[in-house]
Write a protein that binds this ligand. Structure first.
Ligand code: SGN
Ligand code: CA
Length: 545
């Protein structure tokens, strides 16, 4: 790999076409990249997407001053695999990290390593969720595993350090500090600013739980979905807000309240259940005395209020109450993300970095916010398949741009390399979407491929793979079932009716089967690979039990 000059690189004025060649036409400064990613941040919880659920003024600034992708999706809707895809630009079955269980091989190429080798300074601050020492970063400060919201531990250059405070604020401050004080101002940088929030169990900062426990949010139309019209996978998944969410760990009922009212922890697959009361106790054990006192003051009110209502509540009322509790805490954690982003954007302005810095906001996947009665992700259904994606780069992106092309997290690595003027390795399976952003072309793929593997596991979402075009979706659920589902996203955007056997759609079904097969061949996926990953998964589970 050729090393490029430190501060500047000679690039073709035309943009994307310059990858790999360096003709002497025009000197331009290489852009900086700030790649912001949250964990489980549903696009429904960003006001720029117009869903009317929640206000995110600072995230919206990126869309106003740059571009918003309305149909960005992930290739595998779960945390660690999504991160592996973003780093490597390869599908899960090619980079090997198919689920949260299989190990990730840091020795394989990734985009930060390539940027580092080409004169960029690289930093990784926040949640990475991939075991082992991160490779490709000059500086790393990462949460071990899932990390904690309050007084979290970090691995700084591999050494464990406990930091007092709230995780989102700590990650924001560390990122701004690195940008302000620790980097070499003469070299371009690429920093991964990755939040733990809004991952379960949802613990907002004190300033936010005080405020959010008093708020009410609109319900989705299919909160009371009975899963008729879908297949076995939807009916057997364990992610219903009323049936499977923890009362203590998630809804913050105190163990005494549960006992007094005779409320039992949810019934979930015993091998995979997250303990209910123990979860809450474990999280609270990290709080300082002061943090805990504030927490108790707020959530005691919640418990007292619930105890008064409970005797007369129907199942519907209970679902409604739990949905509100869920949104109060989930959105409460996003409030700190939005504030932090505001601080970062202000810093960029102050430091004169706005013009030449690409700011990307995304999530490792989408999330269900009560749609189908669910929380969590994993399914190829829209809410978890889609992910928010907003990008600002004043030099190349006109403000207020809206793009509905089918981009994926697979495309991030090639896009970043393209902007940095670094050759995109052939082995990367994604495509740079720079030309969609700068308006040079609107040629793009017409279908995307998806895989999901982690089953049997927490939430019990069955193994599946599928294809989606801009209008239709076909999915195959396999392993302990063999079922196909198909949806028309235009007539049924909430995916309530499986039309796989509907004769009206016979031709569409054939077309989707063909596209699915083509994509599986194109990306190198197969039933044999599914078998291989299933075998190692089951071996791992057998060893654990
Ligand atoms: C934990 C969560 C699950 C979540 C997985 C994976 N339970 O087990 O709800 O699906 O992580 O999430 S919790 O009660 O322990 O929070 S992922 O984002 O890491 O893939
Ligand atoms: Ca996640």
């Amino acid at each position: 790999m050729k090393h490029l000059s430190l501060k500047t690189i000679t690039l073709l004025a035309s943009g994307a076409g310059m990858v790999g060649c360096v003709p002497a036409e025009k000197e331009v400064q290489r852009p900086n990249i700030i790649y912001i990613m949250s964990d489980d941040h549903a696009y429904q919880a960003i006001s720029a997407y117009g869903t009317g659920l929640y206000n995110t003024p600072n995230i919206d600034r990126i869309a106003k001053e740059g571009a918003i992708f309305t149909r960005a999706t992930v290739t595998n809707s779960i945390c660690a695999p999504s991160r592996a895809v973003m780093l490597t630009g390869k599908h899960s079955f090619m980079n090997g990290k198919v689920d949260n269980i299989h190990p990730f091989d840091w020795d394989q190429p990734n985009f930060p390593k390539l940027m580092q080798a080409n004169g960029y300074q690289t930093a990784m601050i926040g949640k990475i969720h991939l075991d082992g020492i991160p490779q490709g970063f000059d500086y790393s400060m990462v949460l071990p595993g899932q990390g904690h919201y309050f007084n979290p531990d970090f691995l700084i250059g591999g050494e464990r350090v406990r930091k007092e405070g709230y995780v989102t604020d700590i990650i924001t401050d560390a990122t701004i500090d690195w940008l302000r004080n620790q980097r070499d101002p003469d070299r371009p940088f690429c920093v991964l600013y990755h939040h733990k929030a809004p991952h379960r169990e949802w613990e907002p900062a004190e300033r936010h739980f005080r405020e959010y426990t008093n708020k009410a949010f609109p319900e989705p139309d299919n909160l009371f979905d009975d899963y008729e019209g879908r297949g076995t996978a939807a009916r057997s998944a364990e992610m219903n807000i009323l049936e499977h969410m923890n009362w203590a760990g998630d809804s913050k009922l105190f163990p005494e309240t549960m006992e007094e009212l005779g409320i039992q922890p949810p019934v979930t697959n015993p091998a995979n259940a997250t303990p209910d009361v123990a979860s809450l106790q474990k999280n609270l054990a990290r709080y300082t005395g002061e943090q805990k006192a504030a927490w108790l003051e707020t959530y005691t009110k919640v418990n007292e209020d619930f105890k008064k209502q409970y005797p007369t509540m129907t199942r519907e009322d209970l679902m409604r109450w739990r949905y509100q509790r869920y949104m109060q805490d989930y959105l409460g954690t996003i409030a700190a993300i939005d504030e932090g982003l505001g601080k970062l954007l202000d810093f960029l302005e102050e430091a004169g970095l706005t013009e030449n810095t690409i700011v990307v906001y995304t999530s490792d996947q989408g999330f269900f916010l009560g749609e189908h009665g669910w929380f969590d992700k994993r399914f190829m259904y829209e809410e978890s398949f889609r992910t928010p994606l907003l990008i600002r780069y004043p030099k190349e992106i006109k403000p207020g741009k809206k793009i509905d092309k089918l981009v994926q997290n697979l495309d991030f690595a090639p896009t970043f390399l393209d902007y940095a003027g670094i050759e995109i390795p052939e082995a990367m399976q994604g495509k740079s979407f720079r030309r969609l952003l700068n308006g040079k072309s609107d040629q793009w793929r017409d279908a995307v491929y998806y895989t999901y593997y982690e089953y049997p596991s927490t939430h019990m979402v069955k193994r599946h793979y599928g294809v989606s075009t801009d209008r239709y979706k076909l999915m195959h659920f396999y392993y302990d079932i063999d079922e196909w589902e198909m949806y028309d996203l235009q007539t049924d955007p909430m995916e309530m009716t499986n039309i796989y056997d509907d004769p009206v759609y016979a031709e569409v079904r054939e077309m989707l089967h063909r596209r699915l097969q083509e994509l599986r061949e194109h990306y190198g996926d197969s039933d044999e690979l599914n078998e291989k990953f299933l075998r190692t998964y089951l071996e791992h589970q057998a060893k654990r039990n």
